[in-house]
Write a protein that binds this ligand. Structure first.
Ligand code: NOJ
Length: 499
């Protein structure tokens, strides 16, 4: 019989054993230079709804996330919302202090659409909202920090949702008017614009599966209409900028897309390609490929499935030649949010309901129990996946300039966040390795500056380099160990071993 002490020691050994084993995949060896290129920009990212709070302050209108969280508290894990969040609306100076401590080159943040046009329409223009972002931008620049601005990070004005939101093509003109307001007011100082953040996450859970705001359940139909309208709104905004403002302002514009990387246990390249076309290609191919339009494989599959369902037209609304040509090439860079990898293979039985994106996708995703796991149930550390994705992008989209606009790790919020450091180390290494292999990557943004509202998970999953005291009205920020490590990365322009 083992004593309690022996059992504890045994348990500890087993634990250390599994820890070492699982973090094995969370490291990468350098292949080339250990330094970031001279003009490589290192920074951090946040989004308005997740950090700002002040949900109805100074004339701000309600967004779909305000309504979703207020009306369905039980759909948020801890029944919380972004009403006050990290209160960056009033406490931006605390964020600025953290940004200065980190010595970041840039700060990626988003503008709350409902502060600028509270009801979504230009007629509701709100000067106080504009003033707020003018202050943020000016303070950043005064401290030598480049603002990188996302125009839309999921907070659609609730009034526009009444019209059908992203399933109604009127959304395109509303978006152009909003984007133009931002360009007119901030474009003299903002030189890097991201039109949309992760349209996949706006459309699939928002208008397909219904798990995120606005909570519309229309799988395999609403989600595809949403992609179509976002791509058009992005392209129209890009053209507006190039034709009317670029000459004077000289900034650059792109879109941020997200995907995980699909790993095949059997080295089946077709499965890997299929997964990436469905996850990334649906939005990247129309903009970044030579031919434009949706990936061929999706056009064919979804047309076939739609026909089998008795439909006369495909559920994936195709672009006419005008739109195909209008959308293609509307970029100065590609923003990529990368977090995780999964195993991918074709399933033995059809997946998901009929119809649905999952049924069309027809790929089963699993994770390797050996991969180091974060607090989020979808997030594993497998940095080779980032290398794989960057290789895919290099080959598929003519080595387009890439900005890593998000990359990060969730936990319980501990200050001694060693796994976050492991994650950053290995993923920064993946970036350096990809640069060595020829990728044109010019910036990296760690997600996130501070712990914040993680959508349907509320405040139960923490991604910040800084912890936020949510119990105090002052919302004090405290640097985690990873913040100190990341500052070292920025100072040395390399990936130090020690932390
Ligand atoms: C990507 C999203 O852009 C961001 O809002 C979210 O918090 C992170 N992923 C982590 O899930």
């Amino acid at each position: 019989m083992l004593s309690l002490g022996q059992l504890l020691i045994f348990g500890l050994l087993v634990n250390i054993g599994s820890l070492v084993k699982s973090s094995d995949n969370c490291t990468l060896r350098p292949r080339g230079s250990t330094k970031f290129p001279k003009n490589f920009s290192l920074g951090v990212a946040t989004s308005a709804y997740q950090i700002e709070g002040g949900w109805n302050a100074d004339g701000k209108g309600p967004s779909i996330w305000d309504e979703f969280t207020h009306e369905n508290p039980d759909r948020i894990k801890d029944r919380s919302n972004g009403d006050s969040a990290a209160n960056s609306y009033q406490l931006f100076d605390l964020d600025l202090k953290a940004l200065k401590e980190l010595k970041v080159d840039h700060y990626r943040f988003s503008i709350a659409r409902t502060r600028i046009f509270p009801n979504g329409d230009v007629s509701s223009r709100n000067q106080k909202g504009i003033d707020y972002y003018n202050t943020v931008i000016d303070k950043l620049l005064a401290n030598g920090i480049e603002p990188m601005v996302t125009m839309y990070h999921w907070d659609l004005p609730a009034e526009i949702q009444k019209l059908g939101g992203f399933t109604n093509s009127v959304i395109i003109n509303y978006f152009i008017a909003y984007a133009e307001e931002l360009i007119i007011n901030f474009g003299d100082r903002v030189k890097t614009w991201i039109t949309f953040n992760e349209p996949m996450q706006t459309c699939k859970p928002g208008y397909g599966e219904g798990g995120s705001a606005p909570g519309i359940k229309s799988p395999g139909v609403g989600d595809y209409i949403c992609f179509n309208n976002i791509l058009k709104a992005h392209a129209a905004t890009y053209h507006l900028y190039r034709s009317k403002y670029f000459e004077k302002q000289g900034g650059r514009m792109g879109i941020t897309l997200d995907t995980f990387f699909g790993v095949s246990k059997t080295n089946n390249e077709a499965d890997v390609d299929r997964a990436l076309q469905y996850l990334l290609g649906i939005l990247a191919h129309p903009i970044y490929s030579k031919t434009g339009g949706y990936p061929e494989i999706m056009v064919k599959d979804i047309a076939k499935n739609s026909q089998a369902e008795g439909r006369k037209v495909s559920r994936l609304p195709d672009f006419n030649e005008y739109w195909k040509a209008t959308i293609r090439g509307t970029f100065d860079f590609l923003g990529l949010n990368f977090y995780t990898s999964k195993y991918v293979e074709r399933p033995s039985e059809p997946l998901g309901e009929n119809p649905s994106m999952l049924r069309d996708y027809d790929i089963e995703e699993t994770a390797d129990p050996k991969w180091l796991k974060a607090k989020s149930n979808w997030l594993y550390c497998y940095p080779l996946g980032l290398e794989g994705l960057l290789k895919f992008v290099r080959e598929e989209y003519d080595n387009v300039e890439v900005k890593i606009t998000e990359n990060g790790w969730s936990d319980e919020g501990e200050l001694d966040d060693n796994n976050r450091i492991l994650y950053y180390k290995s993923h920064l290494q993946a970036v350096l390795n990809a640069i060595h292999d020829g990728s044109n990557i010019t910036s990296y943004s760690a997600w996130s500056l501070v712990d914040n509202f993680e959508w349907s998970k509320g405040y139960t999953e923490k991604f910040g380099l800084y912890s936020v005291n949510m119990k105090s009205p002052k919302r004090e920020r405290v640097a985690k160990k990873s913040a100190i490590y990341y500052r070292k990365v920025i100072e040395t322009r390399s990936i130090p071993d020690e932390f």
